[in-house]
Design a protein around this ligand. Structure first.
Ligand SMILES: Nc1ncnc2c1ncn2[C@@H]1O[C@H](COP(=O)(O)OP(=O)(O)OP(=O)(O)O)[C@@H](O)[C@H]1O
Ligand SMILES: [Mg+2]
Length: 340
């Protein structure tokens, strides 16, 4: 059952034919999205395509949990930032309901419909600010139709298993990481979004509380019809919670399909390697343009042909020369010459 945050009818209830047709175009299309960054300084200066011709589509009327997984530095967060408008694309496009988001007139509608949940709840909230103010501010920014603000805030807190009484007047230091992350999700739900973009949402949370947040995402999808882009290193939670998964390597999606297909029977040698062992996140390597790339990163980002060819146990001569296309194999896309 969906608790309705807005006064309008729920997304799937009693829509007339015209509304159904209009609603059915509610999609997010990412097409050949590319972001080039400069890295390092002086002689060590180089450019990398942190996101390199990434394409995928989400039908926001059929909510799903879509996971972006891959090693540190594969470009997952940059994809999220590009969609949320925190970074500008070098090329490619992002369309929402058929319109490019950069020239979307109803940009506020997009921002209301697509909400972020950040990795570190301790950084999301200013330590000197009471946390309930974030919910009220979001309500005010988006001028939600709900007349009773307390009721709206209460309803969105209820969806994450909290109540206004529990958080009212509290500072971040008075709450646990799990409660803060729930509050951060409640804040995102104030606008009744169609999509949450969550970047490593449980990595900073006590291990014992992680599954409750993961289950919350599952419930939000199933009961509130909220789609989720879930970014993670953790293939176990990805397998548990996702519908589809895209495996990223050096800025590219190398395998994408239903999570069962991709993780039960990975076809790309890189997905096979990831499944065998996935390195832990390296927070120090992120965002900092002046931190030089590791030798392996630099080599793979600039590698002609397949970015994985230097590490691939099934490498062929063509892999080092030509970039593989995306091949449709066993109901998924695989970017690998083996499947030509
Ligand atoms: N603002 C920036 N300036 C320069 N380089 C950047 C910037 N942001 C990201 N990068 C680089 O782009 C590449 C991809 O980074 P990104 O943070 O998107 O990867 P990620 O997959 O999210 O990694 P992690 O799993 O560690 O969070 C990395 O080499 C990173 O250092
Ligand atoms: Mg990241």
């Amino acid at each position: 059952m969906k608790i309705n945050l807005k006064k309008s009818p729920s997304k799937n209830s009693r829509l007339n034919k015209v509304e159904v047709e209009k609603a059915s175009s509610k999609s997010l299309n990412v097409e050949d999205l590319t972001k080039v960054f400069s890295k390092g300084q002086g002689f060590a200066k180089s450019t990398i395509a942190a996101v390199n011709k990434v394409s995928f589509s989400l039908d926001l009327d059929r909510p799903e949990i879509f996971t972006l997984a891959g090693e540190s530095g594969s470009g997952k967060s940059t994809v999220a930032k590009l969609i949320l408008g925190f970074e500008t694309a070098t090329s490619g496009r992002i369309r929402y309901k058929g319109e490019e988001i950069t020239d979307l007139k109803g940009k506020k509608e997009f921002m209301r419909d697509v909400q972020p949940v950040f990795q570190n709840p301790f950084e999301t909230f200013n330590p000197l600010k009471k946390i309930d103010t974030y919910l009220y501010e979001t309500e005010k920014n988006f001028k939600m139709a709900e007349t009773d603000r307390d009721q709206l805030v209460e309803k969105s807190l209820e969806l994450v298993g909290l109540s206004l009484a529990e958080i009212k007047g509290k500072y971040p230091s008075e709450m646990s990481g799990g409660q803060l992350q729930r509050t951060s999700i409640a804040r995102a739900l104030i606008t009744d979004p169609s999509l949450l973009i969550t970047d490593e949402p449980v990595s900073m949370i006590d291990a014992s509380l992680r599954m409750s947040i993961i289950n919350l995402f599952k419930r939000l999808k199933e009961e509130q019809e909220v789609g989720i882009i879930y970014i993670t290193h953790d293939l176990a939670t990805a397998y548990y919670v996702s519908d589809r998964i895209a495996i990223m390597l050096r800025g590219q999606i190398v395998e994408m399909g239903s999570v069962e297909k991709v993780l039960d029977n990975p076809l790309h040698p890189y997905t096979q390697l990831l499944k065998a062992s996935i390195p832990a996140p390296n927070p120090a390597s992120k965002w900092e343009s002046d931190i030089a790339l590791s030798d392996l990163e630099a080599k793979e980002f600039s590698q002609r042909g397949c970015k994985f060819s230097g590490r691939c146990p099934k490498v062929q001569a063509i892999c080092k020369e030509c970039e593989p296309e995306n091949y449709k194999v066993e109901d998924r896309d695989v970017k690998c010459h083996l499947y030509k």
